[in-house]
Structures are given as C-alpha cells and as structure tokens.
Design a protein around this ligand. Structure first.
Ligand SMILES: Nc1ncnc2c1ncn2[C@@H]1O[C@H](COP(=O)(O)OP(=O)(O)OP(=O)(O)O)[C@@H](O)[C@H]1O
Ligand SMILES: [Mg+2]
Length: 152
C-alpha cells in the first residue's frame, strides 16, 4: 500500500513532471505527498571564489532558498487542486545523501524523481542525484523521464 510518497524537486522542469506523476498516483492511492528541496551546500563550496568573495555565500543561499520555495509552492498548488494531502520541507547538504536519509528514516513507501535536473545535460540518461538514489535507496524509486514519449 502506498501511504506516503516523497517527491524530490530541484525546481527543474523534469522534477515538475515527476511531481505531476506522483500526484496522480497519490490521488488514486489516497496517499500523502511530501515534497523536499535540498539546498545543495556541497556544490556551493566547490564554486571558485566561494571562500573569498564577500557576501557570495549568503546570496547563493538566498537564491537556492527562493528556488526551493517556488518549486515547493508550485507543487503545493497542484496538490491542492488535486485534493491530495501535502507537506513540504527543505534539507541542507548533498542532495543524494539527504534524499537517501529521508528514504531510510521517514517511512516513505515510494520516492519520485526526475531523470535529470537543473544541469539537465540531454546526453545523460540519469543525473547524478537520480543515479545515486536509484542505486542506493531502500524503498522503490520512480524515475520520470524528462521529455514526453513522442519527443524522444
Ligand atoms: N537539490 C535537490 N533537491 C531535491 N531533489 C533533487 C535535487 N537535485 C536533484 N533532485 C532530483 O533528482 C532529479 C535528477 O536531478 P540530477 O541532479 O540527478 O540531474 P542533473 O541536475 O541534470 O545532473 P547533475 O546534478 O548530476 O549535474 C531531479 O529531477 C529531482 O527530482
Ligand atoms: Mg542536479
């Protein structure tokens, strides 16, 4: 039985397609939908100039928080329209690692992700976050392709 579904969003179009699928499954199953955006502090720290440029950390954090708010809000609107129970959250850290922790610790029955994300390199079959979750999650993973079937 699907009671709790986790949707991982980085604000990408691909993850929004994944959210739509998660919502239609959740609606039919009568499940709760939780959405999470992970603030990728790991990637931040690798940017050139990160350690020395004044204010850059705060500004980038702000941008990511805003990106998360928008994505989680958009999914929330869709959930409300669909009449699906919804909660949202953010985490901070390496996205793959944080998503795997949520899978392990929070009693979800399914995690739904896009096949690619913000980096969205078309030649890649799976983004690195999606690949890491597929390889290591202890619960079922649903990966939603970035493009509609007729576009592939
Ligand atoms: N920071 C994040 N928070 C929550 N979910 C995420 C995050 N990053 C990625 N995801 C999830 O993983 C899916 C695949 O994104 P992924 O990051 O693996 O691909 P990418 O951005 O194209 O490539 P890469 O990050 O490896 O350069 C997204 O559609 C989303 O569902
Ligand atoms: Mg990514």
């Amino acid at each position: 039985m699907l009671k709790q579904i986790l949707i991982a969003t980085d604000g990408s179009e691909s993850s929004m397609r994944a959210a739509d699928i998660a919502l239609s499954i959740g609606k039919r199953a009568g499940a709760r939908l939780s959405a999470v955006y992970v603030i990728d502090v790991h990637r931040l720290a690798q940017l050139p100039g990160y350690a020395i440029m004044p204010g850059i950390k705060d500004r980038l954090m702000e941008l990511m928080i805003k990106e998360g708010e928008e994505a989680l809000g958009e999914i929330g609107d869709k959930a409300r329209d669909a009449g699906v129970a919804y909660e949202r959250g953010t985490a901070e850290g390496d996205p793959g690692e944080e998503l795997l922790k949520l899978c392990r610790d929070k009693g979800f029955d399914l995690i739904v992700l896009g096949s690619i994300g913000k980096s969205g390199l078309d030649k890649l079959l799976l983004g690195s976050v999606a690949e890491r979750v597929v390889r290591n999650a202890n619960i079922p993973v649903l990966v939603v392709p970035a493009r509609a079937e007729d576009e592939i």
